[in-house]
Design a protein around this ligand. Structure first.
Ligand code: MN3
Length: 239
């Protein structure tokens, strides 16, 4: 091992030690048996905090995951407990979120939305979608370029904090947005559907690197979109 790769390996090792065991592995989870409500766990990132550089910087990803997403997860557990919800997963809860206090909506959305967002990015991402996903994009948007333009402009136009989404609704791909931490699967969503891609446009997702330049963050996002995951979600949503 030469000096440079040793240093790289060591840093990766430290990152692994410092970051991962604090989250998913450090907390006990119990199965969703009967009426017992399982605890929601902050998922590990499928990549290291620096691996989406230069598009998303290490500091942003660290705070976004280990602080923001961790806080939503913790508060979602508290809200679920407070609301007396038992034996349900996050999707089941959010699909009938109008029944519950607003803390379930805000923190449950924050928990699930970020879980999706991490999956839709990858250091090996970018490029173009392929196969049936590309065919569906061409069918519903004309071209891939048209889709990208519509998604980007929807994300840029979100007023304040929120998300832009590509969803499947009645078999069709649609671009939409939600305010705050709402998710298109929620019964209160204006446009409902199953998410197959999303981007977080809260300032905490980009402010450290991009300050007020949300458009630059959105343009950079295309370099890290995990099309394999989008494709997997699309097939599941349409099967
Ligand atoms: Mn966020």
């Amino acid at each position: 091992m030469n000096k440079r790769s040793f240093i790289k390996t060591s840093i990766a090792g430290i990152g692994g030690l410092v970051t991962y065991p604090l989250f998913a592995k450090g907390r006990s989870s119990y199965l969703n048996k009967g009426n017992e409500q399982k605890e929601f766990i902050l998922p590990e990132l499928p990549y290291s905090y620096d691996s989406l550089e230069p598009y998303i910087d290490k500091k942003t990803l660290f705070f976004h995951h280990s602080m923001h997403h961790a806080a939503y997860t913790e508060k979602f557990n508290a809200a679920v407990k407070e609301a007396g919800i038992t034996g349900k997963n996050a999707r089941e809860i959010l699909k009938e979120v109008s029944k519950y206090p607003v803390s379930v909506r805000n923190n449950g959305g924050g928990y699930l939305n970020h879980k999706l967002y991490w999956k839709f990015m990858s250091p090996e991402g970018g490029g173009n979608p392929e196969g049936v996903l590309l065919e569906a994009i061409n069918r519903d948007f004309g071209t891939f370029e048209n889709f990208k333009n519509e998604f980007s402009s929807t994300a840029k136009q979100v007023f304040g904090s929120g998300w832009a989404w590509l969803i499947v609704s009645e078999g069709k791909l649609i671009v939409t947005s939600t305010p705050n931490q709402d998710n298109p699967i929620m019964d209160i969503a204006e446009v409902k559907g199953i998410p197959v891609l999303c981007i977080d446009v809260w300032e905490h997702a980009y402010y450290i690197k991009y300050q007020n330049r949300r458009a630059d963050y959105i343009n950079a996002f295309w370099n890290i979109v995990n099309w394999d995951m989008v494709s997997t979600k699309f097939k599941k949503a349409t099967s």
